[in-house]
Write a protein that binds this ligand. Structure first.
Ligand code: PAN
Ligand code: ZN
Length: 189
């Protein structure tokens, strides 16, 4: 690739140019939220809310390059669990950074051998996902949670492990606070 410049268009919550845009609605996340009955209730009312979306710029000739983009998680909850991304592990040894531009959220991380960690993100803070840590972001505020991300283009994404085993903690709104509680459906490797 040639040297390039990418615009962060915060008004439209996009990067320009972008090579991919993905919208994730609740119907695509039926297995991810703890309260599956509530998911069914929402969908059966004919609603299918947008949970999050992202724009990504991936340069051609990816070896050694970086993918970057902008993710927006909308405010909302399923039951008491905040809207969040699906989450994944990188297939290769690849770190990632998340730079928060708007709203408030949590970057939740875990390893397959049982370590769990998280950082709070608000505008100006950068979350660092070390090599080997699965990661998910959660909107714990009542406005859009928007962050810029960058990671090695050849990282690869393993979603299946999260879909099958879940995250060890879920992030919920309880007693007026953001609480981290054990996920009863989590299956340790
Ligand atoms: C991010 C995520 C993005 C959406 O770019 O892909 O925030 O989250 P999910 O991938 O979990 O749906 C990233 O971590 N890339 O590696
Ligand atoms: Zn990632």
């Amino acid at each position: 690739m040639l040297p390039d410049r990418v615009i962060i268009d915060l008004e439209h919550r996009a990067v320009r140019p972008f090579t991919r845009k993905k919208e994730v609605r609740l119907s695509e996340m039926e297995d991810y939220f703890l309260d599956t009955d509530e998911v069914v209730r929402i969908l059966s009312r004919g609603e299918d809310p947008l949970v999050y979306e992202y724009y990504e710029y991936s340069p051609s000739g990816s070896q050694g390059n970086l993918n970057l983009g902008l993710t927006t998680i909308y405010p909302g909850k399923v039951g008491r669990e905040f809207y969040m991304t699906k989450g994944h592990y990188h297939e290769k040894d690849a770190a990632e950074l998340y730079y928060c531009l708007r709203g408030h959220g949590v970057l939740l991380m875990q390893t397959t051998d049982g370590k769990v960690s998280f950082v709070h993100l608000e505008p100006g803070s950068v979350g660092y996902v070390p090599v080997g840590w699965g990661h998910r972001t959660i909107n714990t505020g009542n406005e859009e949670f928007v962050f810029f991300f960058a990671y090695p283009s050849d990282a690869g994404h393993d979603y299946a492990i999260v879909k099958e085993r879940g995250f060890a903690k879920i992030v919920v709104h309880e007693n007026g606070r953001v609480e981290f509680v054990d996920n009863p459906r989590y299956k340790r490797a």
